[in-house]
Design a protein around this ligand. Structure first.
Ligand SMILES: Nc1ncnc2c1ncn2[C@@H]1O[C@H](COP(=O)(O)OP(=O)(O)O)[C@@H](O)[C@H]1O
Ligand SMILES: [Mg+2]
Length: 254
């Protein structure tokens, strides 16, 4: 099977990743097409986070190939095209304000030791506006709710003007209403052309928006293509068919 089609934003071939001497990912061959909204699913410990980290070059792989935007990972340099939203809690931010966290997303655009340019500032404000948190820009990150922190981390990725957004369990630890709002934001970004790879426990609020899925079990791919049927709607399902992408996010989130 030829996975590395033109238009693949991410592709891997026969990836082997070992951690602590144990194989964690085996024979992983996946592709994420441009413009897709792909769920990366699987049980706890199935290797989702490991795959995301390997794709972004944060941990080494022992065998196989990874290609980003058609370029082998080893020679990929366009990191400003990639926004990474790590699992919340993976990053502990004690001091920074919301604006500072989002500003760190502009680092890939800056030359060393130069202050932020007017364009950087514009991009930071736009990202904060997009997630509905401009008025909280000077609030310490740590004072925000879980859902708001998640939106700040998304804004950080948006500030990089990423074409590919990789999110690790953005719904973990946020309540269902906020999950709906995050899903709406993710859907809106995808509709505007951003390719999204999102690690999910269950398809939940994103189910109607997903265009593709990858399911791992014990480090191997057991399913790709249409998202698996969602066994139990996470709450009153009529909401899932409402047109929801046009409304703003951020209202009513305290
Ligand atoms: N640094 C590490 N050293 C050894 N094993 C690890 C390490 N990190 C993760 N693992 C193991 O790799 C497997 C996959 O972990 P992970 O990718 O975090 O799964 P998921 O994100 O799907 O829950 C788990 O069995 C986990 O214990
Ligand atoms: Mg994980």
């Amino acid at each position: 099977m030829q996975l590395d089609q033109p238009g693949s934003v991410i592709s891997t071939e026969s990836l082997l990743v070992e951690l602590g001497g144990l194989p964690i990912l085996r024979e992983v061959s996946v592709a994420v097409g441009s413009g897709e909204l792909t769920a990366l699913m699987g049980g706890n410990g199935s290797g989702k986070t490991t795959l995301v980290r390997a794709l972004l070059g944060l941990i080494p792989h022992q065998r196989g190939t990874i290609t980003l935007f058609g370029t082998p990972l080893e020679s990929f340099r366009d990191w400003h095209r990639v926004g990474y939203v790590p699992q919340r809690g993976a990053v502990v931010i004690k001091q920074a304000t919301v604006r500072e966290v989002v500003s760190s997303g502009r680092l890939a655009h800056r030359r060393a030791f130069r202050p932020l340019s007017p364009r950087d500032h514009a991009q930071i404000e736009a990202a904060l506006t997009e997630v509905g948190l401009l008025e909280r820009a000077n609030t310490p990150f740590i004072e925000l709710s879980g859902g708001q922190q998640q939106r700040v981390l998304i804004a950080r990725a948006l500030a990089t003007e990423a074409e590919l957004l990789v999110m690790d369990e953005p719904f973990a630890g946020v309540d269902l209403r906020v999950q709906d709002e995050l899903a709406e934001l993710i859907g809106r970004l995808n509709a505007a052309g951003t390719t999204v790879l999102v690690v999910l426990h269950e398809t939940g609020a994103l189910a109607p928006l997903l265009t593709n899925s990858i399911v791992l079990r014990e480090g191997r791919v057991i399913h790709t293509g249409a998202p698996p049927e969602h066994p139990a709607p996470h709450h009153d399902s009529p909401g899932l068919t409402r047109p929801r992408l046009m409304t703003g996010i951020g209202e009513g989130v305290a």
